[in-house]
Design a binder for this molecule. Structure first.
Ligand SMILES: Cc1ncc(COP(=O)(O)O)c(C=O)c1O
Length: 435
């Protein structure tokens, strides 16, 4: 164990140094395809190597090929945070190495998961009594929700807006359900009239409403959608993977209006609740339908303990990581106030950035900014906007991504890292102007 203590101390030191220095590293990896692979031995070592060799290669071989998601100027996709409590909890999780498939296989992991998701439910102002559990990603959460919906109406279609995330397409494909994507309004929200018309066309198993779409963070009108779902007897799944976390702040609760009528809701703490990837919470008002879809108990998994939650009954995987520990650690170590302060700061920074764009001739903000993502472009061709993005990202100083809205190439800046400051956002703006 002496060696382990030494290695653990070296890892702690490495992590602390990395977090201190990451700001100085190029955000986007600058390697060519195949370069990292070529620098690694093609076959495994015959003899045991010390852990120090792993750390050395992490520095020398792997780091150049890392795109630093934990960098304060990572502004692409949805920016995320691997916060310190989450990092430490991941270390502990690996040490415990429990598989929380059954209550018996680790009662504390199951019960902590119940507590942690209920804490998050309270933080977001969601209704009491919702059942929640943790999946790896929103893709799996949505797959699980739609599998439950399919059980109630086999063969029915899945309906969502053209701006719904591709995980909805993938889940429908895996479940063998037809998918109907509906036109959105001028602010990228699902149109209730289009939904009503589609529901009238043929039986729907489920409707997916998005609170915080991937491209623009637009919010579908959930109250009207919920009413249409009730009339049609369709399952309503709300994808709030990114924006759901904003509801820790009272002023953003409007975005979750109507979700009390949803059958299921997904929120990803690994997107905007400062928990290291992976951690997605699926809430449902109909846990029985999830169990109907997923509960399958062979003899070797049967236990005599009754009236307990066996988490394997709620999703596709049997083996489950103890993800609740990091979520619980993050919520404890930030508290409601700390989480609110971070979310408010991110929204403030995004609006500040949007204001600079709006004030500058030749630039335009092209979608509303309800949360911490700004969609914008220079008033020039798509090709020039794309080339500008490439030039900014090639500097290594910041990393932004893009989308296409109304057929036009659009740049996207997403604020979501816990150490991002106004100076970081200003630097991104300077680069965009200089280049
Ligand atoms: C709105 C929305 N839903 C679902 C997902 C899928 O998330 P995950 O990577 O956790 O599967 C994303 C990813 O960005 C998203 O933006």
């Amino acid at each position: 164990m002496t060696q382990f203590r030494e290695d653990a101390a070296a890892v702690a030191d490495w992590v602390a140094g990395y977090l201190e220095d990451v700001r100085g590293r190029p955000v986007l990896a600058r390697v060519e395809p195949g370069e990292i692979r070529a620098a690694l031995p093609a076959s495994p070592p015959e003899r045991a190597e010390p852990f120090a060799a792993v750390l050395r290669d992490l520095d020398e071989v792997l780091l150049p090929g890392i795109t630093h998601w934990n960098h304060p100027r990572f502004f692409a996709y949805f920016a995320v945070s691997g916060t310190e409590p989450g990092i430490l909890a991941e270390f502990l999780t690996a040490a415990l190495n429990v598989n929380a498939m059954l209550w018996r296989t680790s009662p504390a992991a199951t019960e902590l998961e119940e507590v942690a998701v209920d804490w998050v439910r309270q933080l977001l102002g969601l209704p009491e009594g919702l059942h929640g559990h943790i999946e790896d990603t929103a893709s799996t959460s949505t797959l699980a929700a739609l599998a439950a919906a399919r059980g109630l109406r086999p063969g029915g279609a899945v309906l969502c807006s053209e701006h719904a995330h591709s995980s909805v397409d993938k889940a429908a494909r895996l479940l063998g359900l037809p998918l109907r994507k509906l036109a959105a309004d001028a602010e990228f929200r699902l149109r209730p009239d289009a939904l009503a018309a589609s529901l009238a066309e043929g039986e729907a198993a489920a409707v997916v409403a998005t609170v915080g779409t991937t491209s623009t963070t637009s919010v579908d009108p959930v109250p009207a959608i919920a009413e249409l779902c009730r009339e049609a007897g369709a399952w309503l799944h709300v994808d709030a993977a990114y924006a759901g976390s904003a509801a820790v702040c009272q002023e953003h609760r409007w975005a979750l209006a109507g979700v009390e009528r949803a059958d299921s809701l997904v929120v990803n703490p690994h997107k905007w609740l400062f928990t290291p990837i992976d951690c997605s919470v699926l809430y449902t008002a109909r846990p029985g339908a999830l169990r109907e879809a997923f509960s399958l108990v062979p003899e070797y998994l049967r236990t005599s303990v009754e009236d307990v939650t066996n988490l394997m009954d709620y999703g596709p995987a049997l083996g489950r990581r103890f993800r609740a520990l990091k979520l619980w650690a993050v919520v404890r170590c930030y508290g409601r106030e700390g989480l609110q302060a971070l979310i408010r700061e991110h929204v403030r920074l995004a609006r500040l950035f949007a204001s600079w764009i709006e004030e500058t001739p030749g630039w335009a903000v092209v979608a509303p900014v309800p949360f911490s993502v700004v969609c914008f472009r220079r008033e020039c061709s798509d090709e020039e906007n794309e080339a500008l993005l490439e030039r900014v990202n090639a500097t290594g100083e910041a990393y932004l991504s893009h989308t296409v809205l109304d057929g036009r190439y659009v740049l996207r800046l997403a604020v979501g890292h816990h150490r991002t400051t106004a100076d970081d956002v200003r630097r991104a703006w300077e680069l965009l102007q200089e280049l």
